[in-house]
Ligand binder design. Structure first.
Ligand SMILES: [Zn+2]
Length: 55
């Protein structure tokens, strides 16, 4: 399980916008300006621009 309280503290490292956890996609999605998608690996969010999928 990903810690939802931790998720609430996170912001997008690229644009500092809000993020959303998509548990069915195992991903963290920026819902701010950039829309980058960050992977969740073994329940650990990888909030790194280098690992993000760019839209
Ligand atoms: Zn962003």
């Amino acid at each position: 399980m990903v810690d939802e309280e931790l998720i609430e503290l996170l912001v997008c490292p690229n644009c500092r916008g809000p993020i959303e956890h998509r548990s069915e996609q195992q991903a963290i999605v920026c819902v701010g300006e950039c829309g980058y998608v960050y992977p969740v690996v073994n329940d650990i969010p990888h909030m790194l621009v280098d690992e993000a999928t760019k839209p």
